[in-house]
Design a protein around this ligand. Sequence first.
Ligand code: ADP
Ligand code: MG
Length: 348
Amino acid sequence: MVISCPCALVISIPVSFFLAISKAAKNRILIKGSIFLEMLAKVKTAIFDKTGTLTKGKFVIKEIYSFNLSKEEVLETICLAESKLNHPISKSIKEAYGKPLNLNRVENVKEIFGKGVKALVDKREVFVGNFKLLKEIGISSFEEDELGTNIHLVVEGKYCGKIVLQDEIKTNVEYALKNIKKNGVEKIVMLTGDKKVVGENVARNLNLDYVFCELLPYEKVEKLESFLKNRREKEIVAFIGDGVNDAASLKLADVGIAMGAIGSDAAMEACDVVLMDDDINKINIAILIAKRVVRTVKQNVVFSLSFKGLIFILGIFGLTNIWLAIFSDVGVSILAILNAFRAFKGKF
Ligand code: ADP
Ligand code: MG
């Protein structure tokens, strides 16, 4: 009875997972449960959102083009239409404009996900968004700049101009992605609602395996579903996003990893892992911690079961005594716990 007491497993396994979760928290990675640690250790496909995840999500204005209005008016109108939204594009435009806005001039704001926004500015109907939005409202005479995210302005059905925005790839992303591959991830994929040239340029710079551009939010979910459907058995698919227009994907993936600083509240709610400082390299630390905990738990299970098994067999033949039996219970428990502490000693 003493030998078969399962203390070593019942205590050391949760202790290992608690240690791993707290080690991750110290590294500013919040993991919502031990099941996600097990999954992180087995991620084979990592699917990234672009804006705010691989890129900074802080757009700078490269150029303003105007027709029928002044450049200042184009920027102001776009800014007013965007004023009530939280999209990285909206935030960046407001920041670039820099002046206080009279929000009373804006009414009936309606975000058109993956395309832009519709609003009443000074009682005039305004559309602000990408080429898809223009197509949808039947405007065909517009030009697109090669590189850069083009945000067009249409007032009362008339094309009035556009601003060209540029986003930067986050520092260290290339290095982080290389490490992610070294840590066992086989496929790195990027999904974006942005234009093909912009998305493919980012993908080329970062050496990604697959890129899918010009996707609407629901199409991102469909792409993720197809990756989930076509995977091999036991392969884990992770989705990494900032939650702007991709909360559904964070929820649907085996492991949803969200950006904690730039990310939305919906993202924090839908995800399984939060990177508090938006640093993609923290995914590597999370994977290393996950692999370490899985290995430690396996070591402890094998060690305690085989030790107990041995003492048990000796016991059957009357070759053991109560002290050896007590050691195989308490002693093995303490050794297993010490092994867990050893595994999470020091820095990651
Ligand atoms: P991503 O997939 O890169 O994170 P989103 O799905 O959020 O991007 O948006 C896709 C595209 O839709 C943007 O590149 C932009 O052209 C357009 N868009 C989305 N929201 C807005 C907005 N608030 N204002 C203007 N354009 C927008
Ligand atoms: Mg996004």
